[in-house]
Design a protein around this ligand. Structure first.
Ligand SMILES: N=c1c2ncn([C@@H]3O[C@H](COP(=O)(O)OP(=O)(O)OP(=O)(O)O)[C@@H](O)[C@H]3O)c2ncn1[C@@H]1O[C@H](COP(=O)(O)O)[C@@H](O)[C@H]1O
Length: 109
């Protein structure tokens, strides 16, 4: 799998915002605006929960993918760069990584 898939998808979503295209679902969401986008995020989140509770991994993967796509539409709508989220996650992984190392050292002494 291509490891730039999230960046590539976000680029397409941003492009739909600046270059509206006939028949584009992403453009339809941007046209509808904030409330519609938030409603879709909520729906996809609920559908993810239901699929996970049902234990069907394939369905859950599909719903998580729908959720990520709709979150990206929300991010683009609110001018949040993908790097802001990736950077936040990266920073957390460093903090938590440091914390783990600290606890391991503490535990062993
Ligand atoms: N990843 C996605 C993606 N995931 C889900 N969806 C759409 O999200 C919708 C969710 O389905 P629902 O049944 O919940 O909603 P609906 O009844 O179709 O629509 P609503 O009236 O509820 O909004 C479907 O129409 C899916 O096609 C997506 N649409 C687009 N993309 C990506 O965005 C790119 C650009 O797509 P367009 O904007 O359509 O050109 C595509 O190449 C894909 O990479």
């Amino acid at each position: 799998m291509n490891d730039t898939v999230l960046q590539d998808l976000y680029r397409v979503v941003l492009d739909r915002k600046t270059n509206p295209q006939e028949g584009s679902y992403t453009c339809y969401l941007f046209e509808k605006g904030t409330d519609k986008i938030l409603k879709k995020v909520g729906e996809e989140c609920a559908e993810t929960i239901i699929a996970a509770k049902n234990g069907e991994q394939g369905d859950t993967v599909g719903e998580i993918s729908d959720l990520i796509y709709h979150l990206m539409v929300l991010m683009a709508h609110q001018n949040i760069p993908l790097d802001a989220v990736l950077g936040e996650l990266e920073q957390r992984s460093h903090k938590i990584g440091n914390l783990k190392t600290f606890h391991q050292v503490d535990h062993n002494t």
